[in-house]
Structure formats: C-alpha cells, structure tokens
Design a protein around this ligand. Structure first.
Ligand code: CP
Length: 315
C-alpha cells in the first residue's frame, strides 16, 4: 500500500481488519520492518487520539517517529499556486512537503476542511498537494472529507465485539453547537457499505450526507425506528452538505440517553471522540455499560499499525 486515504485504497478490507486484530495480540512481532525507517506525522489541526495512536503504532513497528504540529510550530504555509507571497505565508506547500519527504519514509497528514467552499474541500486540495509533492507513501490522519484510520478502527471494534454474524449498525446524527466536518460520518458510511453489516443512517431533515459515501445504506429521519434492536449505534454530529457547512437549531432531542436506548438494550454505543458530554451524547450512556468508546479509541493503535505495516512491506 502506498496511499491510505479511503477504503478504496485497501485491496482486501477483511484481511486488513484481521491483520489489525493479529497485531493487537502480538504488537512487536514486526519491529524489523520499521528499523531505520522514519514516520512523520504532520498536523495542520489539533488531535489527541490520532497523534498518540499513530505514534505508538509506528514505535511498535520499530520506526522513528517525528510529530510536527505545523499549524503551531511550522512556518505559515501557502497552499495556493500562482500567488505572489507578499502576505502572511512564509513557505509554499510545494517546498514544505518536498522537504518533509526527504526526511521521511512514510508521512501522515491531518488537514480539516474549511467548510466554506464545498468544491475545494471535496477535491481534497491540501491533502492531495502533500501526496503530490512529498513523493513518499502518505497516510490520511483525517482529511477534508474522510477519516479512514478512524473508520478502520471502528470496523475492527465491530468485528471484535459483534455477537451475530451480520450485525445491525446505525449511524445517528447528534446535536452540537458548532459546524463540524462530514469526514467521520462520510468515512464510516463508506466503510460500512463495504462491510458485512446491515447499515442504517438516521439524521434530521437537512443533514443528508453526500450520496457518494452512502450508496447501500438505508437512510431515515426516524431515529427511534433506526436504532430499534441495533447491535451498534455510532453517534456523531455533522454539519449540512447542502447548504454546505450549515447548522440549524431545534434538533436537541436527537441526543441519545438511557430512555431512548430502552428499544436497543443490546446496542454498543460508539463515538470517535472527542465528545461533548450531555450535548452530543449523555453522560449516563458514556459512563454506562453500553458505551465502548474507550475500547474503540484503543483500537486506533492496531488500525494504524496494520496500515503502516502494509506500507512498510512494499517500501
Ligand atoms: N477521533 C479522532 O480522530 O480523535 P483526535 O481528533 O483526537 O485525533
């Protein structure tokens, strides 16, 4: 694997999930693969889980790991071509990414969307420029439209915790006070549509995701109907795809609580984190027996390690 930006970069999804679960059992078995290899993790936006889990995954494989919070510690980057750099930007992404490639065998990049210009965000301008100019394999640490390491960890979690061969998985919209990207729900939907699950998406009117990511999903505005007897409920807020980045009030009753979960007594509750307690998801669920959010975050290590291992194998 030379690029991991979406599920479409994975030849065999079940094999990658199995590889992650095997690495969880034996984390240090492939340290020889990463010996004298450098993994650089470049963040244009904040992170806790992605940063720490991918750093740990690289170390488990014997890699040297560099973390650069380029938004805070690097030169101000110019991302546009054809501009005279007489403003606040100091270094062009062409040189910055090219230089990072000189120091790295694999690069991970996190670059969130602006949520202002849908065409620009959905063409993945920044992420694709890193891929073009760094000239080494690239892992998405969350881009404008997808978060594939999160989705792989989510699928690993479902595979590990399922109690029926084809579980019912529901992605439900949750309230928030700020416009959030569609990357996590897009990506989760895209991976679930390729997995052996019955997949439903529930959201209020006006929050439909881009159809490119949801092709075989059942889509409903009725949350109760969707979550009834679910095996897994994935909770996440996202802003509107159309009008792009918009949020509207009045959907506060979409927050899950124990009362709502009475119709899904066996459901395991997932969230990518960070989560705003008692806004997106109730504390009673997060602190209760149905929540698997910490376990899910733990699986971020094995997901990242499986992807890095497949990249190291073809370096
Ligand atoms: N879920 C996730 O990507 O968390 P961070 O933003 O903290 O990395």
């Amino acid at each position: 694997m030379k690029l991991f930006s979406s599920v479409n970069d994975v030849k065999d999804v079940p094999a990658l999930v199995a590889e992650a679960l095997q690495l969880k059992k034996d984390p240090f078995a492939f340290q020889h693969l990463g010996k004298n290899k450098t993994l650089s993790l470049v963040f244009l936006n904040p992170s806790l889980r992605t940063r720490m889990s991918t750093q740990k995954a690289g170390a488990n494989l014997g890699m040297n790991v560099i973390v650069l919070n380029i938004d805070k510690e690097g030169w101000a980057l110019e991302l546009r071509d054809g501009v005279i750099m007489n403003g606040t930007t100091v270094e062009h992404i062409r040189e910055a990414a090219g230089v990072m490639g000189e120091y790295s065998d694999i690069i991970g990049v996190r670059s969130f969307p602006g949520l202002k210009d849908r065409d620009e965000d959905y063409s993945e301008t920044i992420f694709n420029k890193f891929v073009e100019f760094c000239k080494v394999p690239v892992v998405s640490l969350e881009s404008a439209t997808r978060h594939p390491l999160q989705s792989l960890a989510d699928l690993v979690t479902i595979e590990e915790l399922k109690t029926v061969s084809r579980p019912k998985v529901v992605l439900t919209w949750a309230p928030h006070i700020k416009p959030l990207p569609q990357a996590v729900p897009n990506s989760f939907a895209e991976w679930m549509c390729k997995a052996d699950v019955d997949f439903t998406i529930a959201h209020p009117a006006g929050y439909g995701l881009c159809a490119d990511f949801t092709n075989s999903a059942i889509i409903t505005h009725n949350q109760d109907e969707a979550i009834k007897d679910a095996d897994f409920i994935y909770v996440k807020n996202w802003s509107a795809y159309e009008p792009y980045g918009a949020i509207t009030g009045g959907n506060e009753d979409w927050m899950l609580n124990n009362d709502k979960l009475k119709i899904a007594p066996k459901a395991k509750i997932m969230h990518c984190l960070p989560v705003r307690r008692d806004l997106e998801l109730s504390s009673e669920i997060l602190d209760g027996p149905q929540s698997v959010v910490i376990h899910e975050a733990g699986n971020r290590v094995w997901a990242a390690q499986a992807v890095l291992k497949q990249m190291l194998e073809v370096l």
